[in-house]
Design a protein around this ligand. Sequence first.
Ligand SMILES: NC(=O)c1ccc[n+]([C@@H]2O[C@H](COP(=O)([O-])OP(=O)(O)OC[C@H]3O[C@@H](n4cnc5c(N)ncnc54)[C@H](OP(=O)(O)O)[C@@H]3O)[C@@H](O)[C@H]2O)c1
Length: 295
Amino acid sequence: MEIGFIGLGQMGAAIAYNLLQAGHQLIAYNRTREKTAQLAALGAQVAERPAEACNADIVVTMLADDRAVEAIVFGQDGLLEAMPSGATHVSMSTISVALSERLTTAHRAAVQRYVAAPVFGRPDAAAARKLFIIAAGQADTLARCQPLFDAIGQRTLVAGGDPSAANLLKLTGNMLIASVIESLGEAIALARKGGIAPERYMDIMSQTLFTIAMHANYGALIADERLEPGFKARLGLKDIRLVLQAADALEVPMPTASLLHDQFIALCAQGDGELDWTALALLAARNAGLTDGLA
Ligand SMILES: NC(=O)c1ccc[n+]([C@@H]2O[C@H](COP(=O)([O-])OP(=O)(O)OC[C@H]3O[C@@H](n4cnc5c(N)ncnc54)[C@H](OP(=O)(O)O)[C@@H]3O)[C@@H](O)[C@H]2O)c1
């Protein structure tokens, strides 16, 4: 399949690599051109402008946020102008429900197809083809995209016929993960200050009350103090903002999401927005006056 691929950040680079490995033909674009070098060496064509990456059956975007997607889709030389009619835009970025609705309308008006396909899984999962793809859109369009999804993930789960359903589902998933990190961070700070080593704390918790991978994995990141970015805290803040926007639009109070918003703001204000979002635990440790380890 001919695939245009736009956005070679931590996630996009790993996904694009796996598409090439699966035998698809790739035309790749990234704002910072140097990031295309590795893919070019493996046989991908490099596009100088987003429009050049649109000469394909499917164009994937894996960009940071709403602003980046808007620039690439609606800007000059953007997808909307350049994609042929009948071609499909697969939007894998974690974006707002409102922008996904706007993309649905705009692509339909341009006689193009649009699928939202945000993912669960960090860059290591992307590299290992272990992503969960949460897809939504028309059934026949999803079927066309399935070979692409099969090449990059372990499973595709369909959220519905309306693309924005996938975005809403993805955002609420991230809110749940952030609330796990926040509560683990608080609990581990208390345990540490009370003299229990984080490793021992997590060892006991993950064998008793919290046996699911989510707690074990994030607990281990906190205990091992691994804060190099897999998913940056500033992107976590972006997602919580988008959760709150959706909650506002649908009149759903979400006090936990509001608290997480403030915690991410504090983290970013203290200059730690480029750390992994597990750094919420760093904030909890600092607030507890802990000065060694995570603090
Ligand atoms: N990392 C994770 O664990 C993870 C997991 C699931 C989903 N996601 C979602 O996946 C998306 C990408 O995440 P990531 O971790 O790969 O982020 P990243 O490493 O920061 O990469 C962001 C990408 O967006 C591009 N970009 C940013 N602003 C742009 C603009 N104004 N115009 C054009 N391109 C722009 C960047 O280009 P440059 O290279 O030029 O900066 C880069 O290609 C995000 O929506 C994120 O929420 C991430």
